[in-house]
Design a binder for this molecule. Structure first.
Ligand SMILES: Cc1cc2nc3c(=O)[nH]c(=O)nc-3n(C[C@H](O)[C@H](O)[C@H](O)COP(=O)(O)OP(=O)(O)OC[C@H]3O[C@@H](n4cnc5c(N)ncnc54)[C@H](O)[C@@H]3O)c2cc1C
Length: 454
């Protein structure tokens, strides 16, 4: 779902919040190379027309660059890729994916997969590695699902969502390595940056020192930040966290039934800790507030960030995800005999008499058969397409409890560089927004253009 709108409340002190989306939206034309501009036929058939739909009419006010504004100096430093390869989690992920390739099947299977988001694409990639023939069916005319992006008339990209790749993602990091595209991740300084609602335009940082191992680097980052929490609040929070640190995974899983807000209360953590830190964190993790989010989600993230030295390090992809991430996966799948088909929306799951899947019926009337079937669409889609015969099977009845969260993503192109941004993901701490980033700074391919993704 998309919404592009005015952003009068952003941290942009000292500048007009005026933007437009039209052919003259650029802050300044220059001769820089904007990466691969030639779309592949497979991924972008018709995607230009989808880009048109996203455009705001030119009625939006356009301001001329102000004469008194001196060009903003943007410092863009490349932070080295962290040494993830020797971490336990990464080694496990690498060994797991390598295990698929060890013994080719005696009879390769045709495996039909619904949905070419990152789940469907990686499922197809690993099935192809294992010697099977994946047939990946995507409803839309663009790859990537929630990382899909569209190009407008000017050749600029609108992304479905701002995406961060954490050091704590061993499988994703391993996938990048296997595809030979590690250099497409632009790593940022090891820090978490929070906007200060009471001081517009200012940020408060949690800096993780490089010299300290985990969890000391995280503890140091929390102790050193005095703008957001008082010492008393930090100590009470640390005491509240003790059972999670001592109880390990078992304790974390047992917290699934309790919300973040209730958990904080139960542990005697002051409300201000929730308000200052966990509203932002809950929204960033799941797009919902602490009174709705399960504490298990927060503890899983906190555990990873505290246990892994590079876990909370963040990277941005160096361009639009369909071309820079999805296409290498598609190339890999096709090079091993697999297929990826766009505009192939599944309308019905056809069953055999014994209740097993026979085929997928597509909305264009074609029928796709296979030896095995995988659904990698959002859960709401599977709920809609679930055959009546399966509805009472306990495995599927559990789906009823899974509810999608509606999210609106805002991608704004400004006609000038923004002040008061940073080469980092920014936790907004507003009641509405979760995170945002000045993509013209975080994503070097966009350095000369002004674009804010929220
Ligand atoms: C705004 C936003 C920001 C996010 N930021 C981050 C982040 O910073 N870091 C992070 O790790 N995660 C982030 N996420 C989450 C991340 O994007 C998702 O977890 C991930 O992309 C989901 O991938 P998926 O393949 O499971 O599902 P999807 O990406 O939803 O893919 C499902 C695919 O199935 C297709 N489909 C649907 N119905 C059918 C049908 N009937 N037939 C065939 N195909 C069908 C869809 O078109 C889609 O392509 C963000 C999500 C959003 C929305």
């Amino acid at each position: 779902m998309y919404q592009v709108g005015n952003v009068s409340a952003l941290n942009s002190r000292g500048q007009d919040n005026v933007f437009k989306l039209s052919s003259s939206k650029r802050w300044g034309k220059c001769g820089c190379q904007l990466g691969a501009r030639q779309p592949s036929l497979l991924s972008f058939v018709g995607s230009d027309s989808m880009g048109h739909k996203l455009k705001i009419p030119a009625a939006t006010v356009m301001a001329r660059p102000r004469k008194d504004m001196s060009p903003l100096k943007v410092v863009c430093i490349d932070y080295p890729r962290p040494e993830l390869e020797n971490t336990t989690n990464f080694l496990e992920a690498a060994a797991f994916s390598a295990s698929f390739c060890t013994s080719p099947p005696t009879k390769p299977l045709d495996i039909v997969i619904a949905g070419a988001g990152l789940a469907g694409l990686s499922t197809a990639k690993y099935l192809a590695d294992a010697g099977h023939r994946p047939i990946l069916l995507e409803a839309r005319d663009v790859l990537g699902g929630k990382v899909a992006a569209w190009k407008d008339d000017d050749g600029d990209w609108y992304e479905t969502g701002l995406h961060i790749f954490f050091g704590a993602y061993p499988n994703v990091q391993n996938l990048f390595g296997e595809l030979g595209i590690n250099d497409r991740l632009q790593w940022k300084e090891h820090s978490m940056t929070f906007a200060m609602p009471s001081k517009p335009g200012e940020f408060s940082r949690f800096d993780f020192p490089e010299v300290l191992p985990a969890p000391l680097n995280g503890i140091w980052a929390i102790l050193k930040n005095n703008e957001m929490l008082t010492w008393t609040e930090k100590v009470k929070f640390a005491i509240g966290l003790l059972p999670a640190i001592l109880g390990g995974q078992q304790y974390v899983e047992a917290q699934d039934g309790i919300t973040v807000k209730d958990w904080m209360k139960k542990q005697g953590v002051p409300d201000r800790v929730t308000d200052e830190v966990f509203i932002a964190m809950s929204k960033a993790l799941n797009f919902i507030n602490p009174d709705e989010l399960s504490m298990q989600c927060i503890l899983i993230a906190l555990n990873r960030f505290l246990q892994e030295k590079h876990g909370s390090k963040m990277a941005f992809l160096d361009g639009n995800p369909p071309e820079r991430l999805c296409m290498p996966i598609v190339d890999h799948i096709q090079s091993r005999g697999g297929e990826v088909r766009l505009n192939s929306r599944i309308k019905r799951i056809e069953l055999n008499e014994d209740g097993t899947v026979n085929s997928f019926l597509l909305t264009n009337g074609s029928v796709v058969q296979g030896d095995a079937f995988v659904f990698a669409t959002p859960v709401d889609i599977l709920k809609l397409l679930l055959p009546n015969e399966w509805k009472d099977i306990p495995y599927f009845t559990k789906l009823e409890k899974l509810v999608g969260v509606p999210v609106i993503n805002v991608h704004i192109w400004f006609d000038r560089k923004l002040k008061n941004t940073s080469d980092q993901l920014l936790f907004s701490r507003s009641p509405l927004l979760s995170v945002y980033a000045d993509m013209s700074v975080t994503c070097k391919v966009l350095l000369f253009f002004s674009s804010l993704l929220l």
